[in-house]
Design a protein around this ligand. Structure first.
Ligand code: TYM
Length: 331
């Protein structure tokens, strides 16, 4: 039985990128492994959400985890800030994290560009907090999308560094995981390579979207006037539509439109209709479950409390070993 862990920041509702990048793996793996899935609310503070937004989004994500098939009786579902042990491990790991390496992380450099007025220390040390999340439960596999690959590499570095410095074998070296296949990046409907609400709301299909929302977004997805040369290479926005189709539709549908593209007879309107229908079919059961769970505050509170207890039990075991290894002992 392996220890598997992942988390999602509560920045809104979950979308298809979150599902195919991370969540889907858990739904399958939770029964044969020891799974931890958490809501990374500390991580989301780097962008200064309002207290009301933060609270609302933590609840959204909890509801959507369960709606997507995570079973709180089987896996450990928890909210990061309920497990304060993570803060201590984060502090301790920061002592062996070098400013130079943190400054070279691509996501940090991207934040310097995208939010120059808020380059806070939390952003710089974001990978150490992630490592603390993972190492706290000694996870071996971390299902994430392609965008988290470098963060996982940092976690491996921190784990190795700690083990080597103290000549111990405490932390397993975690790997980014997607069923043993390549990590995925679900594209956006706006022509960008990654589905992400920070690109635009219109580029994202949420698990809770209504059929009408999905229809509008997909039909407005960026395309072009069509290929003019047989077997022409696909521009980014078009290859995005094909990638989405590969994710959501049948192989037959994919092959049909691919052939039409190669023959220059493709009608993007028809292709979008197919993607729309398949996206609606795919998300319908999630949406139903989300609506059902959202008003059940008592149940959600119970789930969060139970998850916090299980997660703290696991985290405190690791932390007391870390303290002892480092030499923090009561006199
Ligand atoms: P976050 O909240 O940005 O995204 C959550 C998960 O969804 C994946 N993802 C995607 N995968 C494929 N295609 C996309 N378009 C797409 N968009 C998002 C992300 O790769 C991620 O797996 N730092 C993390 C949260 C975190 C965490 C951790 C993850 C905190 N501590 C420890 C794993 C282990 C984050 O910001 O993910």
């Amino acid at each position: 039985m392996e220890i598997i862990l992942s988390g999602i920041r509560p920045t809104g509702n979950l979308h298809l990128g979150n599902y195919f990048g991370a969540l889907k793996n858990f739904v399958k793996l939770q029964h044969e492994n020891k799974c931890f899935f958490f809501i990374a609310d500390y991580h989301s503070l780097t962008t200064h959400p309002t207290p009301a937004d933060l609270q609302g989004n933590v609840k959204n994500v909890l509801v959507e985890y369960i709606a997507a098939g995570l079973d709180p009786e089987v896996a450990t579902l928890y909210i990061q800030s309920d497990v304060k042990e993570v803060c201590e491990l984060y502090l301790l790991l920061n002592m062996n994290a070098y400013v130079g390496e943190l400054q070279r992380v691509a996501s940090f450099k991207e934040k310097i560009r995208s939010q120059p007025d808020n380059v806070n220390a939390g952003l710089l040390t974001y990978p150490t907090l992630m490592a603390a999340d993972i190492l706290m439960h000694r996870a071996a596999k971390v299902p994430v999308g392609k965008d988290q690959e470098q963060h996982l590499e940092m976690s491996r570095n921190f784990a190795n560094r700690f083990n080597n410095l103290y000549k111990v074998d405490l932390f397993p070296i975690p790997i980014a995981y997607n069923f043993g296949n390549d990590l995925v990046k679900v594209p956006g409907l706006d022509g960008s390579t990654k589905m992400s609400k920070s690109n635009s709301e219109a580029s994202v299909i949420y698990l809770c979207d209504s059929p009408e929302d999905i229809r509008k977004k997909v039909m407005r997805a960026v395309s072009d006037s069509g290929p003019t040369i047989p077997n022409q290479e696909k521009p980014q926005a078009i290859s995005n539509l094909f990638d989405l189709m590969k994710t959501l539709s049948s192989q037959d549908a994919f092959d049909y439109f691919n052939e039409q593209y190669d023959k220059c007879t493709i009608r993007y309107g028809d292709m979008k209709k197919q993607i729309t229908e398949d996206a609606i079919k795919f998300t319908a059961p999630f949406r139903e479950k989300i609506l059902e769970l959202s008003s059940n505050n008592e149940y959600l509170h119970k789930v969060a409390t139970m998850g916090a207890e299980k997660a703290r039990e696991s985290a405190s075991k690791t932390l007391s070993q870390v303290r002892e290894i480092i030499g923090i002992k009561s006199i």
